[in-house]
Design a protein around this ligand. Structure first.
Ligand code: ADP
Ligand code: GN1
Ligand code: MG
Length: 353
């Protein structure tokens, strides 16, 4: 990255303007350009090892969404991502083996909602993600590449944790015994969704797979959900991944980075509001098995994310961006506190549904 001049990269897209770092993503390097009119992103190719397949997915999905948005009288430049092509017509620029860049139109007049979310925002986020999934319900799932293998295969995430513990690359295992005990002690229900998919009880759909609330842009005036972004992990999966992952952050009373665990609780009203918005769009599509597992999905996705943070900490912080020492460990503890709280409230959530 250091050796690459971002202005040279922009020339490949016929753009030459001011660039500054942007957003709070954990994976890609994001910059806003000129005003801002564009988003420039360096795709994280150690995580997304095949940027050509990844961009093919995004081209196909955004083209499909574009048509539907136009047909319903919406504004496609605002309601889905618009890829800016390079001068030679490609959807991304491969500067060298490690460095792949893409440019999107900047969607202006929008905000990210993170720590200041209200119950109404959760309702709107539910509608936004539900609508996205509904629009893609007749997208031909077989054309999608699997950009990260077994991304939400929770039992495989548990295996990855066990491997990390066995290897103890960074010499950190002895300092995280309580967290490991929690993670492995809860692994017995981690296969609920994967088993349901394998047996055909839970249908496979086109899913986003990374529905944290900062992956949706909201209108800065009305706070209506405008556009679902961060389409790198759109693949086939269960809707339970998207529902659960959205509430993992959206339903927490604190941010994922909060270290004062007394502040980290699950807000049942946020669940009710998100579910209301989501079901407004998706209720007709869902099976009884999916509906019954909505409360569990939140616990499952929070648990999975917690073990991913813990695994990354044990491996020496090679996956998620960190901004301080022990950041991944703090995030894992935060997620595990939330799992414990969701467990206590699961029956209440089912009742609310
Ligand atoms: P990451 O995979 O690293 O999370 P994202 O694609 O989510 O990267 O982008 C990071 C942030 O950049 C988003 O949370 C959002 O604030 C901003 N962003 C991304 N794309 C756009 C866009 N087209 N218009 C406006 N803001 C955007
Ligand atoms: C990453 O890319 P971003 O920041 O939206 C991660 C998600 C995690 C999330 C935890 C491709 O999301 O799976 O749930 O961090 N994305 C990828 O905050 O691994
Ligand atoms: Mg993101």
């Amino acid at each position: 990255m250091e050796q690459i001049c971002l202005n040279d990269v922009l020339q490949q897209f016929d753009i030459s303007m001011n660039i500054s770092p942007y957003g709070n993503g954990h994976i890609n390097d994001t910059y806003c350009v000129d005003g801002p009119r564009y988003i420039l992103q360096r795709i994280n190719t150690s995580i997304f090892t095949n940027p050509a397949e990844l961009m093919e997915n995004i081209e196909n999905v955004t083209a499909f969404l574009r048509e539907k948005i136009i047909a319903s009288g919406g504004n496609p430049d605002r309601e889905t991502l618009t890829i800016i092509r390079t001068k030679d017509g490609k959807s991304f620029y491969q500067a060298d083996e490690q460095n792949a860049f893409r440019v999107y139109k900047f969607i202006s007049g929008t905000i990210n909602i993170e720590d200041d979310k209200t119950p109404e925002d959760l309702y709107r986020a539910g509608k936004g993600f539900g609508h996205f999934q509904k629009l893609l319900s007749d997208f031909p799932v077989e054309v999608l590449h699997e950009t990260i293998r077994d991304f939400h295969n929770t039992p495989k995430r548990v295996e990855a944790l066990k491997n990390a513990i066995a290897e103890d690359k960074a010499g950190r295992v002895s300092s995280v015994e309580p967290e490991i005990a929690f993670a492995l002690g809860n692994a017995f229900w981690a296969d609920t969704v994967t088993k349901g998919i394998a047996s055909g009880k839970i249908p496979v759909r086109v899913t986003h797979n990374d529905t944290k609330i900062n992956n949706i842009l909201f209108d800065q005036d009305t706070r209506a959900a405008v556009c679902v972004i961060d389409l790198d992990t759109v693949m086939s999966g269960s809707m339970l991944y998207d529902f659960g992952d959205a509430l993992r952050i959206g339903g927490s009373t604190a941010s994922e980075d909060e270290t004062d665990l007394s502040k980290v609780m699950f807000d049942t009203n946020a669940f009710a509001q998100f579910a209301k918005g989501y079901l407004c769009e998706m209720k007709q599509e869902l099976t009884a098995a999916e509906l019954a597992l909505l409360p569990l999905s939140v616990k499952l996705m929070t648990y999975e994310c917690g073990i991913r943070f813990l695994t990354d900490y044990i491996n020496g912080d090679t996956y998620f961006k960190i901004h301080r020492k022990n950041h991944n460990l703090d995030r894992a503890r935060n997620q595990f506190k939330l799992v414990a709280d969701i467990s206590q409230k699961e029956a209440q959530l089912a009742e609310m549904l």
